[in-house]
Design a protein around this ligand. Structure first.
Ligand code: GLA
Length: 413
């Protein structure tokens, strides 16, 4: 079962996403974002959270057994030791509330506390999912009116991560304030803050992950409501076009991310659908440049060596997890190629070249725009995916990038 059968085809055209992003990136808001960023706890999610989430592969079919198997496989495949520590149950675990309003898991998850104990015994952490609305996106029980009670239940179970997904709360907002978007947005922020406070009250650290598809420029106020990460777009799908629409729409969001609070362009599809080796490399490269949370979403029981080598590439993970926490940005864009870069804590720069051309059969040469990233006199380069030092390179050197592929370089003076 794959999430392509899922129920939320939340797809925006690229032009629309760009319009929304650019229209909202104003200098005034930037100042607000920076001052609010200082309010989040730097210890939790001091680098982008890494783990695995059930939705992209299992969607509504996930069970306790699948989560235990995922935990086992995260250890045996080396994922845990590479940094993937969160095992996140997405939507469809929710059962009914009892007479006291306490939420219970459904028959697919007979004992959530026992499951958390099992996941913890493997040196991993457990994540869960809910909605500020009455129903989740898959129409299971949401947290509306039960925020403190639910946070308390999660803490008692031993939950370490909460993804809080807007879903049916949109309807609640619209009904309360028809035709008043500002009032609706305010109501949404308050709902996210309410769960933030409920989590704080439990005293248990939980990564707080907002999922409201990037509405109302969430990157500007996410830190204020305690978010450690926030989705910046609608749902990813396991195909190159959708993944790249999301990736390329992230330009300009770099200034809103940093230790403890990250832009989240959605969970990884590496290893899913018909994504080719080069497309998976592009996906992982872009998420590393963007300092994105790395939440794998593949079928761990059938992970090929190729997919493993992409998800577990230590040098690429090190770029994603760089302790300076500076998200990268677009340097240059042409019709068929794009260059993005990211500054790293040791003074080096990660530079990625993407072949985004429509023609699948050609390799494209590309010069590097080195002066635009602070290397006017050339640089020492390491080809990260090839794990090969290239020695000194010049701006005019031509790199061949396979169709839908990427080259990732680490540059030093
Ligand atoms: C929304 C979210 C997805 C997933 C589903 C679950 O579509 O964006 O990531 O959590 O809901 O129903």
């Amino acid at each position: 079962m794959n999430a392509s059968d899922g129920v939320h085809p939340d797809i925006f055209p690229r032009s629309f996403l760009k319009m929304r992003l650019y229209a909202r990136l104003t200098a005034g808001f930037l100042m607000t974002a920076l001052s609010l960023a200082a309010q989040t706890s730097p210890k939790l999610a001091s680098t982008p959270p890494m783990g695995w989430n059930s939705w992209n592969w299992f969607a509504g079919k996930v069970t306790d057994k699948d989560i235990r198997a995922a935990a086992d496989l995260m250890v045996s495949t080396g994922m845990r030791d590479a940094g993937y520590v969160y095992v996140n149950i997405d939507d469809t675990w929710e059962g009914k509330r009892d007479a006291n309003g306490v939420i219970h898991s459904n028959e697919k998850f007979p004992d959530m506390k026992a499951l958390a104990d099992y996941v913890h015994s493997k040196g991993l952490k457990l994540g869960i999912y809910s909605s500020p609305g009455p129903l989740t996106c898959a129409k299971y029980e949401g947290s509306m009116g039960h925020e403190e009670q639910d946070a308390k239940t999660y803490a008692e179970w031993g939950i370490d991560f909460l993804k809080y997904d807007l879903c049916s709360f949109r309807q609640v907002m619209r009904e309360k304030y028809p035709n008043d978007h500002d009032a609706q947005d305010k109501m949404m922020r308050e709902a996210y803050e309410k769960m933030h406070q409920a989590i704080l009250k439990t005293g248990r650290p939980m990564v707080y992950s907002l999922c409201q598809y990037g509405f109302d420029s969430v990157w500007q106020w996410g830190p204020e409501v305690g978010a450690n990460m926030w989705r910046t777009t609608g749902d990813i799908k396991e195909n190159y076009d959708r993944m790249m629409v999301i990736a390329l729409s992230q330009a300009g969001l770099d200034k809103f991310a940093g230790p403890g609070h990250w832009n989240d362009p959605d969970m990884l599809e590496v290893g899913n659908g018909k994504l080719t080796h080069d497309e998976n490399v592009t996906h992982m490269t872009m998420w590393a440049i963007l300092a994105s949370p790395l939440l794998a979403g593949n079928n761990l029981t059938k992970m090929t060596d190729d997919v493993k080598s992409i998800l577990l590439n230590k040098e690429v993970i090190a770029i994603d997890q760089d302790k300076a926490g500076k998200q990268g940005n677009r340097v240059w864009a042409g019709e068929e190629m794009e260059i993005w870069s990211r500054h790293l804590a040791d003074g080096s720069t990660a530079l990625a070249i993407f072949n985004v051309g429509r023609d699948r059969n050609k390799m494209r040469g590309m010069t590097l725009h080195l002066k635009d990233v602070g290397f006017p006199n050339g640089a020492h380069a390491r080809d990260v995916w090839a794990a090969k030092d290239l020695g000194r390179i010049k701006d005019t050197d031509v790199f061949e990038v396979p169709p839908h592929g990427a080259v990732l370089l680490k540059l030093t003076k």
